[in-house]
Design a protein around this ligand. Structure first.
Ligand code: NAP
Length: 351
């Protein structure tokens, strides 16, 4: 049991590389210094909060960085490929390989020595949530582990259509797409698991996520053609979105307000048409770097697209519970302040 915990300790407690407890355990000759050091590291490990992030994607990496700035956190996570693992390790992260299409379930033993678990891997179409597929194994393994907080990142897509009405967490869900249906099943699965384990559980229904390196500004600057999904979303009247910094604020707040089975919408105050977001982003870029952009989708073109493409679920997602119960004060209540802050930190992308 204790050995399991030791073998899961990230090298250098996730901050510096090289003085691994695992390495000490594997030393064949007895060395009192390394023995003393491993005991010290073990007690350091046990005295600190330990976050495991299943899926070190955009949000996962951003949140891991935020936690690393704090004193008392050890952070580890997963990604699918060796290339990405090396890249993330180069940036100081402790990373494990985990690909749900070829799952290595040793990851469960690793997981059990962490106090906090953020689940950021989306459900796989056809298969559902990759970890919950091993629900019983997960439950048994974590039952005698250290976990005390769990958050599952879901999506506002679970609400489906509501003709522009406001949707809060008490509104009935009505997912339309296959992935939204799987989201709902996964939400329930993670909440049930957390209940059985007796740990704090939150589900965050996220709006469209944007932040540095992933925003309308980046799409415009890179002058990429719009994907079908983007074209479809151009035609919607209301799209909920949230800046990644505000997701991190909400995660932080939920850690310090433990509760069971709480679901929160994590969105900004300003559900607006994507077309408006792109127009604003374009204005920012053109003002600073005039004549560097080719013509892209204009509002007129967007309008014709909206006639070509059947409109999607129109809903305005309410963030009142997030504000009132988690006490989150949005850094970016609207896409305008969010995009402006990203823009102000941008190096010249047209050297
Ligand atoms: N993007 C949005 O606007 C939006 C809106 C609402 C909800 N969400 C959901 O919120 C969560 C966080 O969003 P995000 O934008 O940070 O996601 P993201 O950047 O796409 O990251 C997803 C993470 O899950 C991992 N992953 C994906 N498929 C996997 C599989 N088959 N096996 C193992 N790992 C797998 C990815 O691994 P790699 O790192 O190796 O790629 C990545 O680390 C995701 O569940 C996302 O679907 C996103």
């Amino acid at each position: 049991m204790e050995a399991n915990k030791l073998s899961a300790i990230p090298i250098g407690l996730g901050e510096t590389q090289g003085n691994s407890v695992l390495a000490n355990c594997q030393t064949s000759t007895f060395n009192p210094d390394s023995f003393r050091r491993s005991r010290t590291e073990k007690s350091q490990w046990e005295s600190r909060n330990r976050m495991f992030i299943l899926g070190m994607g955009f949000v996962g990496q951003f949140f891991a960085n935020e936690l690393k700035k704090k004193q008392n956190w050890i952070v580890s996570g997963t990604c699918k490929s060796l290339i990405k693992k090396k890249e993330l390790e180069g940036r100081g992260f402790d990373v494990h390989l985990f690909d749900a299409n070829d799952p290595q379930l040793e990851i469960l033993n690793t997981l059990k020595s962490y106090t906090h678990l953020l689940v950021s891997i989306p459900p796989l179409v056809g298969d559902g949530d990759p970890m919950l597929q091993h629900g019983q194994h997960l439950r048994t393994t974590l039952m005698d582990g250290s976990l005390r907080w769990l958050c599952y990142l879901s999506s506002t897509s679970v609400y489906g259509h509501s003709d522009g009405a406001w949707a809060d967490e008490d509104c009935p869900t009505s997912p339309i797409s296959e992935s939204a249906k799987l989201r709902l099943v996964a939400e329930e699965g993670w909440l049930n698991l957390a209940y059985d384990l007796g740990v704090s559980a939150h589900v965050f229904r996220l709006g469209g996520i944007y932040g540095p390196g992933r925003s309308a500004l980046d799409t415009i600057i890179k002058q990429k053609p719009l994907s079908n999904g983007q074209k479809m979303r151009l035609s919607t009247q209301y799209t909920s979105r949230v800046h990644v910094e505000d997701i991190c604020q909400a995660l932080d707040a939920s850690i310090y307000r433990p509760s069971s089975r709480k679901i929160y919408n994590i969105v900004d105050d300003d559900p607006s048409p994507r077309e408006e977001v792109f127009a604003y982003a374009r204005t920012l870029v053109e003002k600073k770097w005039p004549s560097r952009l080719k013509q892209s989708v204009s509002p007129e073109r967007a309008e014709s697209l909206s006639q070509e493409i059947t409109s999607r679920g129109e809903k305005r997602v309410s963030n009142a519970h997030m504000k009132n119960e988690l006490g989150v004060r949005l850094l970016h209540p609207s896409f305008r302040s969010g995009l402006l802050s990203i823009f102000n930190q941008m190096e010249n992308p047209f050297p």
